[in-house]
Design a protein around this ligand. Sequence first.
Ligand SMILES: [Zn+2]
Length: 175
Amino acid sequence: MERPSGPSYFQTMTQTESHAAMRSASGYDLTPPTDSQRAALEADLSPEEKRVLLAHGTEAPFCGTLLGEKRAGVFCCRECGLPLFRSGTKFESGTGWPSFTEPVDPAHVRAVRDDSHGMVRVETRCARCDSHQGHVFPDGPPPTGLRYCINSVALSFVAEGESLPDPLGRGDGTA
Ligand SMILES: [Zn+2]
């Protein structure tokens, strides 16, 4: 796996950290959950989901339930329901994890520098609830050249036309 390198890559990928807009351009309320809302969201997670979303874990490759998901729809944050990726940007990366070229909205996925495990990587988090999602690498296909490598358990899939999970009651609508 090619490792990201160069200061420009990190500057570009971490710029979204300074964007504090509470509503994204695509119309979603990005206000973080309150403490009590967060407790309720976390209580709804399985032990494996907690390990990945809350403790920066990584699921085993080729085991995720969304790896082969090919239906049209939206992949939402498993914790708070925010739409993060669209089916049209999903591609076969061969890595064993669901891979995407770009988020639904750049404001929905926050990039954070990650120096763990002796590597320099860019971690991606849900911009609303701050849960860990995966990493983004600069070795993806066109049009972006990016590879968002995301854990299946960090996502919930919503087929086109179905209601989004919306556990925070923000009126998130349909996929
Ligand atoms: Zn979230």
